[in-house]
Design a protein around this ligand. Structure first.
Ligand SMILES: [Zn+2]
Length: 301
């Protein structure tokens, strides 16, 4: 019997039965090149133990970091994109969406959820960069608008975690309308005096920076995050000057007055809790018992 001859013919292994390469055991920091094991990296909330480089993470990780025991109720989980412009680039838009959904197990580039953070109610919308570059299309705008409405009607603070390359070109003008829609919803939230905190993470650019990401009662960021509107090359060509060092980093943006503070991811949950407790000294429970009468807020006895 030959060892090299396949005895059984027509072996077909289903995809789920195929052996996956085990998840990498080591993580190499792209900034300082230090190698740590992935468990350690995860324990540090995906920041480098050596240089504190904050790695890009997705909504699943942010929800796990913020919500107590990773418990939350997802809002509008099934909204998916239509194709109003019948847009085709290297492939048709609906097929790009379908492929991305299969690859990422996400419906679109944002997820919203309601849960408790250190016992304090919180509504979070968090963008996912791996879904077409975290681009803002109609679904992203609509889900954020609905999350803001939910926060307003339930009087729960709203946290937006942005991570985006900007508007989604496959939806062209429909994407741009999301800037106006989300901004209008945030104005209603502000009128209702419900706190809004915007966390800008690496990278936050384009129409997202130009709308909801910069409209927080507090605009905060993670260390080293890229924050800007247009890319450096475009700006350089427009103004015809060299750009200053560190331009568009969170630290630069903070120094120039566009951010309130930068928060280390390992302190994110506690700092957000402190901030919200400070904004609502009476606590959430009592907030829920108040009703708006005219312009004054009156406590219900
Ligand atoms: Zn590092």
């Amino acid at each position: 019997m030959s060892w090299f001859k396949r005895v059984e013919k027509g072996i077909i292994t289903p995809t789920e039965g195929k052996k996956e390469t085990p998840e990498g055991l080591w993580y190499k920091c792209p900034s300082c090149k230090t190698v740590t094991n992935t468990a350690e990296h995860r324990k540090h909330m995906y920041t480098c133990p050596s240089c504190n480089h904050h790695d890009r993470i997705d909504s699943a990780e942010y929800f796990e970091i913020l919500f107590d025991d990773n418990k939350f109720e997802e809002l509008d989980p099934n909204l998916t994109s239509a194709d109003p412009l019948e847009f085709v680039d290297t492939q048709a838009y609906p097929s790009r969406i379908a492929i991305t959904q299969r690859k990422t197990h996400l419906k679109d580039a944002v997820r919203s959820a309601h849960g408790k953070m250190n016992g304090v109610d919180l509504v979070v919308s968090c963008m996912d960069f791996k879904f077409i570059g975290g681009s803002m299309g109609s679904v992203v705008g609509e889900k954020i608008a609905r999350a803001i409405d939910y926060a307003r009607t339930h009087r729960i603070p709203f946290l937006m975690i942005s991570k985006s390359g900007g508007a989604r070109m496959m939806e062209a003008g429909f994407s741009l309308m999301q800037m106006a829609k989300t901004s209008a919803k945030l104005a209603l939230l502000a009128n209702a005096k419900v706190p809004y905190i915007s966390l800008l993470t690496d990278p936050t650019t384009g129409g997202v920076t130009a709308s909801y990401a910069m409209l927080g009662d507090f605009n905060i960021s993670e260390p080293g995050a890229l924050i800007g509107f247009a890319g450096p090359r475009v700006i350089k060509e427009t103004i015809g000057k060299d750009l200053p060092k560190g331009f568009q980093s969170a630290e630069f943006v903070l120094e120039h007055g566009f951010l309130d503070f930068i928060v280390d991811r390992k302190q994110l949950k506690q700092q957000l809790t402190d901030l919200l407790t400070m904004l609502q000294p009476e606590g959430n429970a009592e907030m829920a018992e108040t009703e708006t009468v005219g312009k004054k807020t009156k406590k219900v006895k």
